[in-house]
Each structure stands twice: as structure tokens, then as C-alpha cells.
Ligand binder design. Structure first.
Ligand code: PLP
Length: 424
């Protein structure tokens, strides 16, 4: 039976034609799709200004937004303790002092109460991260921001298409940024986008984005090749005989090869050379097609989440991801709490399903941020949750297989625990 990878990649069927068209017209790098994509993206919320940013990274959109906001020296920004380490690091490189605030363990998103405790006279901004496809509880966050005169910059890297009280995430605060990496909700093989409601801020972000150099054709071709390779390696038939055997062997020797998948944790000052460069025409062409397919991608992913909910709903010891009233989830990841994360991950991998620990970081425990040691029990609790494959490119039958396997193994682990308790 084919093994199932932890991540899927949303690839639009029109991709080969778009790439060929750009090659034929010698418009891989510069061309008309960029403006068309920005216009199409801006129509999603229907208001505000958007600017594509960077050849490879959505984080550069955050960097440009922060630089454009021109905060005075010594300004603090509140960042959730549970997020990808790059986000607070970029804020630091942009000149801000990062103050972490805990997350709500039920939704994994910024806790408004923790945000309030983190506010000092130097706080100038807050960065609510709509982690794993679910919106933060934005009303109390926006109310606190108004009360303390803070800028709100939403991290939408995981959550394009999610809503809060009927409004698209990324349009609730002062500015927001999106990531278009290969595993993200809109995959243009890298790059990102900044949204803001403020025309002057958009102009400054645009100056930064346009101040970057155009990448060469060769770099763009290399990005397209890498994207194709990633897509190929995570398809069940190829994954089974390529990456999966490494995962399988690692489950016996306690190695963590997946750590090599992620960028090494380090200071980003100065910004690495790969971070530089403008967003290109071919990426924008792929993005235009991606926007057309987005509703169906989201619908399929949600259907998969419902399949998992149905199969796992009554399993003792397992807490399913929940979606509070007024929010919609786009399931970038599906993360239940389970009784024994390490044992469950091993058992699933040995049976062909790449269930994984949560891949974001508890930043308060990271040396890079000086082991702040700040209490963040909500973020720490994420070590007892797992990521179960839910992505849209899976077939429903594959999702059912994933669900049945997780169900059976959690139940078995429960039995083992009880028998150990009796023996002990
Ligand atoms: C929560 C979060 N924010 C921001 C980013 C940055 O996106 P990018 O890798 O495109 O810079 C990521 C990347 O995975 C992320 O997980």
C-alpha cells in the first residue's frame, strides 16, 4: 500500500501551459500577470491595496510592512509564542523588540488575555497569526489594539480563505501578509503578498518590493524545477520508495530526519541572499489560476477534515480540532491532541502514514530568542498534538485510511497504557 506524506502541494492543472506560455513570450520574470494577479487578489476582500513581494518568501512581505510602518527605536511587537521562528526573527531584523504572548491551547492562536498582559508603554504592534488555517479571536485583539494605539499585522501564511465573522482573514487589521510557498494554501512556488488598507503604507511597501532586483531566468527555472521535484516526491507512489523509507528507519532509531526539511534556526541579520529578489510574472500567472481553483481546494480540504472528524470523533483520549462560532477553518493542518504523541507518530509511520508532531516552534524555549523562559503553557501544550494529513490532493479513500489508522492506534495505545498501569 502506498505511503502518505505529511504535506500536500496544490498544483493547478494549467501549470504546464502557463509556464510554457511565459517561456515562449520570454516573460518568465517580468510581464503582465503580476498586475493582473494583484488586481485579482485585491478583489477577494474587495477593499485595500495589495503588493506582491519577493521571489521566494512571504516573510519578506512582513519585513517590508514593518519597515514601512517606521516604528521609533525601542518599539515592541507582540508575537504569539507558538509560531514559525522566522516570523519573530524577521520582526527583530526589522528593528523591533519581540515580546511573546501565549496562545489559546484550544485553537493554537494568540490569546487576547495573554496579549493584554504583554502590553507595555513601548508596545507599538501585534502580530496575530491565524495558525494552521484558523482565525484568531480578532474582536478582543482589535479592541485592545485600538485602546493602546497598536498596529495590527495579520500573519495569513496558513490561512488564505479563512474567515472571521464573515470577513476574510488578512483584512481585519492594518496590514497582513500571505505566503505562496509550495505547501501553502496558494502555491506559486514561493513568494508572498502584502495587504494593507492604507494607500500610503502600500506605496512604501511597493517601494521596498520594487527596490529588489529581478531574479534571473535561470533562478526562476531552478525554482520551478524544485517545486516540481517537491510535488513529485510527496506523491504517494514516489514518496513510498524515496523519502518514506528514511522516515520508517528513523522511527526505529529515534532520529529526526524531518528537521532537515526546515530551514536551520539562526540569526537572519543580515538577510540571506536567497531572501532577495522580486516576485515574477510566471509565479503571478500560476497564482491567477490558483485563485480560480481556491474555493474547490478549500472545499475538498474541509471535506477531508469532516471525514477525519467522523472517524475520530468518539475516540477516548483524543481531542479534535475545534472551530469556534463565527470562524471558518481552512485546515492548513488538522491537529488533534492525542494521549502519547511520540508513540502515535511512530506507530503511524510504521504503518505507512506520515503523521507528524506540530512543525511550528514554541519560541519562548528557543535559544535564538534568549530562552526568555516566559510562561507559555498554551504553546507548550502543542507538543501533545499531532498533524494528521488532511490536504486536498489526497483521495477521500486515502483520508479514510488515515483516519482509521489514527483511530486504531490511539485506541491501542489507550489499552497498552491501561495494561501497563495494572502491571505496574
Ligand atoms: C506561521 C508562518 N508565518 C509565516 C511564514 C513565512 O512564510 P514564507 O516561508 O513564505 O516566508 C511561515 C512559513 O511557513 C509560517 O509557517
Amino acid at each position: 500500500m502506498a505511503a502518505i506524506a505529511r504535506f500536500g502541494s496544490r498544483v493547478v492543472p494549467e501549470l504546464p501551459q502557463i509556464v510554457q506560455q511565459c517561456r515562449d513570450k520570454k516573460q518568465l520574470v517580468e510581464g503582465p500577470f503580476i498586475e493582473q494577479f494583484e488586481e485579482a487578489f485585491a478583489r477577494l476582500p474587495g477593499s485595500g491595496h495589495v503588493r506582491t513581494c519577493s521571489t521566494e518568501y512571504g516573510r519578506m512581505a512582513l519585513y517590508f510592512i514593518l519597515k514601512s510602518m517606521q516604528f521609533p527605536e525601542g518599539s515592541e511587537i507582540i508575537v504569539p509564542a507558538l509560531t514559525f521562528w522566522v516570523v519573530p526573527e524577521i520582526a527583530r531584523v526589522a528593528g523591533l523588540t519581540v515580546v511573546f504572548a501565549d496562545v489559546d491551547p484550544i485553537t493554537f492562536t494568540l490569546s487576547p488575555a495573554a496579549m493584554e498582559r504583554a502590553i507595555t508603554p513601548n508596545t507599538r504592534a501585534v502580530l496575530p497569526t491565524h495558525l494552521y488555517g484558523l482565525s484568531c479571536d480578532m474582536d478582543p485583539i482589535l479592541a485592545l489594539a485600538r485602546q493602546h494605539n497598536l498596529k495590527v499585522i495579520e500573519d495569513c501564511a496558513h490561512s488564505l480563505g479563512a474567515e472571521y465573522k464573515g470577513r476574510m482573514v488578512g483584512t481585519l487589521g492594518d496590514a497582513s501578509f500571505f505566503s505562496f510557498q509550495a505547501f501553502k494554501p496558494l502555491n506559486t512556488y514561493g513568494g508572498g503578498l502584502a495587504w494593507t488598507r492604507d494607500a500610503e503604507l502600500a506605496r512604501r511597501v511597493g517601494e521596498y518590493a520594487d527596490g529588489e532586483e529581478w531574479p534571473t531566468d535561470a533562478r526562476v527555472e531552478s525554482i520551478l524545477r524544485q517545486g516540481k521535484l517537491q510535488y513529485t516526491f510527496i506523491r504517494p507512489k514516489v514518496f513510498t520508495y524515496s523519502v518514506f523509507p528514511i522516515w520508517y528507519a528513523a522511527s526505529f532509531i529515534g532520529a529526526k530526519p524531518e528537521e532537515r526539511l526546515w530551514e536551520g534556526v539562526r540569526s537572519l541579520n543580515p538577510l540571506p541572499a536567497r531572501y532577495r529578489g522580486r516576485y515574477t510574472n510566471v509565479q503571478a500567472g500560476i497564482g491567477l489560476a490558483g485563485l480560480q481553483h481556491l474555493p474547490e481546494f478549500i472545499e475538498r480540504t474541509r471535506r477531508h477534515a469532516r471525514i477525519l472528524d467522523n472517524i475520530l470523533g468518539d475516540v477516548p483520549g483524543l481531542t479534535l480540532p475545534s472551530t469556534p462560532e463565527g470562524r471558518t477553518h481552512v485546515y492548513y493542518q488538522y491537529c488533534p491532541y492525542v494521549p502519547d504523541t511520540g508513540a502515535l507518530v511512530k506507530r503511524c509511520i510504521r504503518r505507512g502514514v506520515d503523521v507528524a508532531p506540530m512543525h511550528v516552534d514554541v519560541c519562548t524555549t528557543m535559544e535564538l530568542f534568549g530562552w526568555t523562559g516566559a510562561s507559555a503553557p498554551g504553546a507548550a501544550k502543542s507538543s501533545t498534538a499531532v498533524q494528521v494529513p488532511v490536504y486536498e490532493s489526497l483521495q477521500d479513500a486515502e483520508v479514510e485510511r488515515v483516519g482509521r489508522l489514527v483511530r486504531a492506534q490511539v485506541i491501542r495505545l489507550g489499552r497498552t497504557d491501561r495494561s501497563l498501569a495494572v502491571v505496574g
